[in-house]
Design a protein around this ligand. Structure first.
Ligand code: AMP
Ligand code: ZN
Length: 113
């Protein structure tokens, strides 16, 4: 999608600190980290968000989570991390290209605020 921030990041038109890249997914450091590890994992194919996702998107959404798990393993935080999808403006979603937040490297409270 031509006016999508994360599509531009995936295309390399906007710089990012890449941490993972495969055929289906791309991951990069969040520009405003909320934890020592705060990585965004995005599908390379534009999906607006979880509530717009369809059955055909199930595999790619799963792949985003598996990529997050792999990054957590690489960073030795695999016993204490969280994956989050903000859905809709009321949850804080500000970029409308589906993304999984990977947060870790500090204590994580439950329930989240
Ligand atoms: P959300 O609020 O769930 O839509 O998450 C969007 C995330 O994108 C926020 O955590 C932002 O800090 C992050 N973000 C916005 N612009 C950039 C950028 N250019 N590079 C990396 N992360 C970004
Ligand atoms: Zn996009």
């Amino acid at each position: 999608m031509s006016d999508c921030l994360f599509c531009k990041i995936i295309a390399g038109e906007i710089p990012s600190k890449n941490v993972y890249d495969d055929e289906y997914t791309y991951a990069f450091e969040d520009i405003d980290p909320k934890a020592p590890t705060h990585v965004l994992v995005v599908p390379k194919r534009h999906i607006r968000g979880l509530k717009e996702a369809e059955a055909e998107d199930a595999e790619i959404i799963g792949r985003c989570h598996l990529a997050a798990a792999e990054i957590a393993r690489q960073r030795n935080i695999e016993n204490s991390y969280r994956t989050v999808l903000n859905v809709g403006p009321g949850s804080g979603q500000s970029v409308f290209h589906l993304h999984v937040h990977l947060l870790g490297g500090r204590g994580l409270k439950w329930p989240p605020g």
